[in-house]
Design a protein around this ligand. Structure first.
Ligand code: UGA
Length: 438
């Protein structure tokens, strides 16, 4: 069975590599010629641990092209893995998904299974089906096809493992024929006892948003709890640990921080909220999680300013710019709000990120005159009045704290991920502030 994948972003590229690793012949298509040229030259346009190695390993079974016709004609199963960016009104912009569907209808030459992997609002599967059908009608041909919803749950930074060993596989489809083909595609996982949920398309589409929104709610919940802990002298890490011991709650995703970011939670929470509104329902819990997240980012700055009394003309060393470790992704990173607000309040910024220096510069183009980008953590903290750890990259856990202290002008440390919270030396060396450590 030959597999086509439209879109070579995080999802498409990782899924393509994993499908090739599962033994299939894979054709990855993208309209971005520069990206395809890079991939054909062995370059990987995104930073994802293990992806380059995996692509090298499956080199003989994966190819990259801008020729959508070739992919559609040659492949029996075509995954749509294009972006669904946020439109101005908060809804998901579906233009790329429907363009892909139109092209598939335009080039279809026999029975195909079209699988939606992009995160799409409920109802999209039906619309994709209508779009393809219209194209076939225009061409006056009548090929049979099935549309399937197969959402992905991979995390950036851990995408390969998440795809090779997922917690579950969700297949939303309407025909036995498509179901059997999808089973064949994930045969390897079937044998590894990965749980499979076969359901209708609408349910599969909803599962994806429900899962992401729930995780976002969980983070906002613990972030608000952290704010309370600070006020009442409680320790949020112990609260989270004890909460997590209740099997119904689980300890995962209970780490407080400067707010959730990335290409998924902020966009997906807004999109499902929007879908509900369009269906005459307001999802108040999700609305609360979105608002709490915005508040959380601002609270971090308020705290820094109130403790230091002023940041005007103070040098603040920022460690970590990407929205989380092991990625160069700056989308909706809390560092964006935090740095902009600090600059607005008169601070001079020194910054270092192990992954996203190149990506960060254009994002801060309006305030770059106030930012000095540094080569490592030690250059960043040199002559700084305060150090702010925004992203929990491992190298910041292992940094030389004595050296850090000696290099700094004053000794404020704001550890927005609590990575040094249990280290006694830190409390001795710095005026140390974690999150939710009342
Ligand atoms: C998220 C989901 O975890 C994946 O299951 C999903 O497939 C993906 O979105 C998607 O829809 O494509 P991702 O955005 O890569 O994955 O990152 P996460 O590891 O979930 O982190 C999201 C944000 O939450 C980060 O800013 C992170 O720092 C924050 N977070 C996470 C916390 O503040 N506390 C936690 O305990 C966990």
């Amino acid at each position: 069975m030959k597999i086509g994948i439209i879109g070579t972003g995080y999802v498409g590229l990782v899924h393509g590599a994993v499908m090739a690793d599962f033994g299939f012949e894979v054709t990855c298509v993208d309209i971005d010629k520069e990206k395809i040229d890079k991939l054909n030259n062995g370059e990987v346009p995104i930073y994802e641990p293990g992806l380059k190695e995996l692509l090298q390993k499956v080199n003989d079974r994966i190819r990259f092209t801008t020729d959508l016709k070739l992919a559609v004609e040659n492949c029996q199963v075509i995954f749509i893995a294009v972006g669904t960016p946020q439109a101005e009104d908060g809804s998901a912009d579906m233009i790329y998904v429907f363009n892909a569907a139109e092209s598939i209808g335009h080039y279809m030459n026999e029975y195909k299974v079209i699988v939606d992997k992009s995160t799409v609002p409920v109802g999209t599967g039906k619309k994709v089906k209508e779009t393809i059908r219209k194209q076939l009608e225009n061409r006056k041909v009548n090929y049979e096809f099935d549309v399937v919803s197969n959402p992905e749950f991979l995390r950036e930074g851990k995408a390969i493992k998440d795809s090779q060993l997922p917690d579950r596989i969700i297949i939303g489809c309407e025909s036995e024929k498509a179901k059997e083909i999808m089973k064949k595609i994930y045969d390897v996982l079937y044998l590894k006892d990965t749980p499979f949920i076969f359901t209708n398309i609408e349910t599969a589409e909803t599962i994806k948003y429900a899962a992401n929104a729930f995780l976002a709610v969980k983070i906002s919940y613990i972030n608000e709890m952290a704010l309370l802990c600070e006020k009442v002298g409680a320790d949020v890490q112990e609260v989270a640990k004890a909460m997590g011991m209740d099997g119904r709650i689980s300890p995962k995703f209970l780490n407080p921080g400067p707010g959730f970011g990335g290409s998924c939670f902020p966009k997906d929470t807004r999109a499902i909220y929007d879908t509900a509104l369009k269906n005459d329902e307001e999802m108040l819990v999700i609305k609360g999680a979105i608002e709490a997240n915005e508040k959380q980012k601002k609270k971090m700055v308020e705290k820094i300013v109130s403790i230091m009394e002023t940041v005007s003309n103070k040098t603040i060393g920022i460690l970590g710019l990407s929205f989380k470790p092991e990625t160069n992704d700056m989308r909706e990173a809390p560092s964006i709000t935090i740095i902009h607000e600090l600059v607005q309040k008169g601070a001079r910024i020194k910054a270092f990120c192990p992954g996203a220096m190149k990506e960060a510069k254009p994002i801060f183009s309006d305030v770059n005159e106030h930012i000095k980008y540094c080569k490592d953590e030690y250059e960043t903290v040199k002559d700084a009045h305060a150090v702010v750890i925004i992203t929990e990259w491992n190298r910041f856990r292992g940094m030389d704290l004595q050296r850090t202290r000696k290099l700094m002008k004053d000794n404020y440390m704001f550890d927005l991920r609590n990575i040094h919270a249990k280290d006694k030396t830190v409390q001795e060396l710095f005026k140390y502030y974690g999150v939710g450590k009342g």
